[in-house]
Design a binder for this molecule. Sequence first.
Ligand code: GCO
Ligand code: MG
Length: 407
Amino acid sequence: MKITDAKVFVGGPAKNYVTLKIMTDQGVYGLGDATLNNRETLPAKYLQDYLIPNLIGMDPRRSEDIWQFFYRGAYFRRGPIAMAAYGAIDMALWDIKGKLANLPVYDLLGGKSREGALVYAHATGADLEDLMDSIAHYTEAGYRAVRVQCGIPGMPTASYAVPEEKGAKHFITDYSGIRPKVESWDSETYMRFMPEALMRIRDRFGPDLKILHDVHHRLTPREAAAFAKEVEPARLFWLEDPTPAEDQDALRLLRQHSTVPVAIGEVFNSIYDCNKLIENELIDFIRIAATYAGGITHARRIVDLAALHHVRTGFHGAPSHSPICMAAHAHLNAWAPNFGIQEYLVLGTPECDALFPSDHRMENGMVHVSDAPGLGVAFDEEEATRYEYTPGSHPVVRLEDGTMWNY
Ligand code: GCO
Ligand code: MG
């Protein structure tokens, strides 16, 4: 069996997705997601210029060897661009494998460990009152877990991911051009406001709601330790990215001062970014995504290491990823013995469903994986002709005096 061709599409409704389709001589095809948010053309180019010409003629069933060939063969290893490109190939090969075996990917991984996967939604507010309305909207829709982000009095854009003005829809990526907007940040103001706000949310919504909060890499290790200690009474489900994650030792101080569960890893792309965090049991949830972490083959290695250390999964599921990556997550979530929760935003808009038809479904705050062979998601190439690449950028963050900070 041979790979005969592969195509890359860049574009999509409201944002750019990088979609890979691998064709074979037996008529079976596979789909993968290589979307690297705000840098979408780069994995696409890597696929087109180097990886696809090498893929043609390979046996698609040998997904492990193909992964190793590209990873080791590149010589210069890892990095988000390369890993997203390998990730897309790997997902497509698992899709093909499932279709050949007439089995959903979760069965190839070891079968279902649960009936549905708990998800969390994103609630945001320009102020606390606005945020309470947004949380109520999701709990009324059946969500049992909600991530809460809130504007800070006097600094409307200071807290990550909040609308600029009341009622405004928030898109993290600004597609009006390639130059980023600048937001401001002050850690002291944030640390004075947020613990009390989280406590008020807990009081208002009661003990059962799972409350998550994302610090988005903004605090120093000492500040993060102090903050984590202060938010303990709110009994968060998790505190996400309290410090910039590339320093794996930064979490030690936090662990000595607080028992708040910590989730980290959405910017990681390899097991070597999180092995110390996992082995030293400095985190509770690992936030990798199948796309950035080199596909199902490499993500599964990280999930297995995590399982040895009581670390559960919480795969990244911001609109950064296409429904193909979310389908890969749905299969990993159905299987992983150490599943924790899934961030859930992508599926659901009519345009997105038309481009990526699937019967993975959300019900009462849980995702139910499709039983179709392979990944269980399609790609409508006719629909895809409606979209093209649109340049855009995340905001950047500066302190009041102009110093660059972490977005
Ligand atoms: C999250 C993330 C995202 C990122 C985005 C960057 O927890 O969902 O922090 O919102 O900011 O994916 O591209
Ligand atoms: Mg995050």
